[in-house]
Design a protein around this ligand. Structure first.
Ligand SMILES: [Fe+2]
Ligand SMILES: [Fe+2]
Length: 227
């Protein structure tokens, strides 16, 4: 397959978005290593921070393989509404927010990287498969430590953070389909629509939420954007 024109531009756009998400994760988790409440938490969080940094680094290396210059990368940078919205909803992070980030947002990341692991661009598919293995560990950390937090503080104290992050998480997938969806699927750069990924997310975490003695949050608005 030739990597020019439409294919190249869509590929670069997705890689750029991914690099940005990994860098954001690397920054947030790194910042929290020294604030982790205990030795276990600190150790795991330092690992996660390191792995997110590797995910970012690996993604920019795939971009480099496409001979994308930093200037070209900038031109592809999309709107950053997701980061704006999440910063508005959660202006100041507490430890429980970091736990929700691993529990929900890393799960969303996993589902997106699942698509990239089947990418028609082989270098990315190879790298994404490695990323997937590590993202499982990030979700496991979320599962274990949210549960521990519920045991320690009670579900009433933990539920409000879940309510906030639930909205961030559902919106993370974007509108059900976009004008690019069909194109991405046709080019083999993704294999599911945003809505299919969101449904997979719901399937993957609703049961766990109930098992943790938390409740699946109720929404005020049932369609995208969820509030
Ligand atoms: Fe990652
Ligand atoms: Fe992660």
């Amino acid at each position: 397959m030739t990597h020019d024109g439409e294919y190249r531009s869509k590929l670069i756009k997705l890689l750029n978005d991914q690099a940005r998400a990994e860098l954001e994760a690397s920054t947030i988790y790194s910042r929290w290593v020294r604030k982790a409440p205990g030795p276990e938490e600190r150790l795991h969080l330092a690992e996660i921070a390191h792995e997110e940094t590797e995910h970012w680094y690996g993604t920019i290396k795939v971009l480099e393989g496409l001979k994308v210059t930093p200037q070209e990368a900038k031109d592809y940078a999309g709107r950053s509404w997701f980061y704006t919205v999440s910063h508005v909803l959660i202006p100041r992070y507490r430890w429980v927010d970091i736990l929700m980030l691993t529990f929900l947002i890393d799960r969303g990341a996993f589902l997106l990287v699942e698509d990239f692991a089947r990418s028609s661009y082989a270098p990315w598919a190879r790298f994404a498969k490695r990323v997937l293995e590590e993202e499982v560990g990030h979700m496991d950390f979320g599962n274990d430590f949210v549960r521990a937090q519920v045991d320690k503080l009670g579900s009433k104290k933990v539920q409000p953070a879940l309510n906030k992050w639930w909205r961030v998480a559902l919106n993370m997938f974007g509108p059900p389909t976009t004008r690019h969806t069909e194109q991405y699927i046709r080019l083999g750069l993704k294999y599911r629509s945003n809505e299919e990924r969101r449904q997979a997310f719901l399937l993957s975490c609703e049961k766990q939420i109930k098992e943790m003695a938390l409740q699946v949050p109720e929404l005020y608005r049932q369609t995208y954007p969820f509030i």
